[in-house]
Each structure stands twice: as C-alpha cells, then as structure tokens.
Design a protein around this ligand. Sequence first.
Ligand SMILES: NC(=O)C1=CN([C@@H]2O[C@H](COP(=O)(O)OP(=O)(O)OC[C@H]3O[C@@H](n4cnc5c(N)ncnc54)[C@H](O)[C@@H]3O)[C@@H](O)[C@H]2O)C=CC1
Ligand SMILES: [Mg+2]
Ligand SMILES: [Zn+2]
Length: 276
Amino acid sequence: MTPRWTTAVLDTQQPGGLAVVRGPDGFLLDDNGPLFAREWIKGQALPVLAEHGIGYLDGEPVYLLELESHTHIQGCRWQGLRAFMLEGDHTLYKVLGYAAQIGTWSREHRFCGSCGLAMTQVPLERAMYCAACDLRSYPRISPSMIVLITRGDEVLLARSPRFVPGVYSTLAGFAEPGESAEECLVREVREEVQLEVKNIQYVGSQCWPFPHSMMLGFHAEYAGGEIVPQADEIEDAQWFNVHNLPPLPASRSIARYLIDLYVARRLGHAEPVLPS
Ligand SMILES: NC(=O)C1=CN([C@@H]2O[C@H](COP(=O)(O)OP(=O)(O)OC[C@H]3O[C@@H](n4cnc5c(N)ncnc54)[C@H](O)[C@@H]3O)[C@@H](O)[C@H]2O)C=CC1
Ligand SMILES: [Mg+2]
Ligand SMILES: [Zn+2]
C-alpha cells in the first residue's frame, strides 16, 4: 500500500500545492483543518520567515510557511502540535510533527553558528548553508532513551512536576555525548531514582517532535537499590502493580506503549502496536 504521507524536499519556486502555517502558537486551522490552498494562503500577507517544501500527502505537494510572529486571519484559529497528537488524525499529526521540526530548525538556523552570517537554503537538500564557512546545518534530532523498569508484577513509574496532575510515566532522558543509549539508560535511572537495572532490552523507537527527540525505547529489570527521587526532576516514583496502575501518558506515546506491552504480556492479552 502506498503511504499517504512521504517527506520530500520540494522546490519552493514551483506554484500550487497545499500549505501548513506555523507560528508561535502552533498551526493555523480553519473549519477544514490545518491544510490550506498554498496560493490562497500566500496571498494573505502573512509575516513569513521561511518556506520549505516538506513532502506529499495523498500525492499533493505540501509546503510549510514558518511565520515570524503571531497573526490573525479571519475565520482561522491556532492550535498547538500536542492537541493534534492527542485528538487528530494520525497521518495529519505526522505531517504537522515533521513540519514543526523543520520549522524549528529553519528558525534556529537562519545564521551560521560558526561565523554569524546569514545562511541560505540548499536547493533540493534539507540543509542550511553558510558560503563563508562552507558549512551545512541539518535538522537537529536529539536521541533520548526511555525505559520501563519492571519487577515481576510491578512496574516503576514516576512523575515529573511538568506532567498533568496524577499522571505517572516511564523514565526518560537525553543521551549525552560519549555514551551509548544503554549507558544513557543506566545513568538516567541512577540519577532519577537511584536504582540499578539488568537485562536491558531494546524495544523500539518513536519520533517525538517536542521539539526534536528521537525516543529509543527499552525494557529493563530491577537489579537493586531503594527508590530515591531526584530533587526537582522527579516529584514522585513508585512501584505499581499491573492490576492497579495510575493515570498513564497519552496512548500515542512510546511511554504508554512500553507500559501497555508489558501489561499485555504479563496478563496474556493481545499486544499493542507501537505508534510511529
Ligand atoms: N514519547 C514519549 O513517550 C516520551 C517522551 N519524552 C521526551 O523525552 C525527552 C527526554 O526526557 P526528559 O526526562 O525531559 O529528559 P532529561 O531527564 O534528560 O531532563 C531534561 C533536561 O535535559 C536538558 N536538555 C534539554 N534538551 C536537551 C537536549 N537536546 N540534549 C541534552 N539535554 C537536554 C535540560 O536541562 C532539561 O531540563 C524529552 O524530549 C521528552 O519530551 C519523555 C517521556 C515520554
Ligand atoms: Mg528525565
Ligand atoms: Zn559561517
């Protein structure tokens, strides 16, 4: 089956196609959603910072207009990417998640990080270029590990002060230079709860465009220690029985998948599918 959405670098000199519009408050949307006829929306005198051709949706070319500032358009409103992740059509969320990462990168790479001069878009490549330094900057992706730690019928879940009240999730953290995903896992688990783990198994990965994480999902077994939550980062961490779980993260997150997968295996239920 042909995928409905494929990413591609498109020539912005070509007319036509569809456009998504991103500003400081998320994506623009009207009653038909966040995809606009490109020529029409470009005629609305928007404060466009950058335009990128991002791919094909059902065969139609799709472009991103990244705006300089907030703007009002009659009959339209703004919605953040998280709301599309929670409620929207999955393919549309993939389009917008990709657009958000390209928009963030393009906004943050207008100037060369080495010499400070303005950078230009490289035609037909997803890169910004500084001619003075002969330097290309590509979209940033930040590898992050995420792990479900288990002890028989119990799973270790924790709360960050940033979470929705009541929700508990798996431990996660950004990889640092010089470490493998497994080393990152061992370090983050020690830092966040002071536990030791064994039998580390890679489970799967997920793009997490908030703003540019690549989640590498693992399962690990408890090997020792008492839970000591990290000050400021971890509000609470507990062992929960698989029959008595607290409110969990959104169903499209790999955090939720890691929990659901373990519970399904433990209870002999059908296994969930990892959301891309
Ligand atoms: N898809 C999912 O199911 C989940 C995704 N996540 C994501 O995983 C990522 C890491 O999780 P956290 O616990 O927040 O990380 P963390 O435990 O490493 O702590 C966050 C801190 O890392 C630093 N930081 C921020 N951006 C960084 C970067 N690009 N590289 C290195 N350090 C950075 C900052 O000091 C920040 O306060 C986040 O993007 C988070 O949104 C977290 C949980 C669930
Ligand atoms: Mg963390
Ligand atoms: Zn430069």
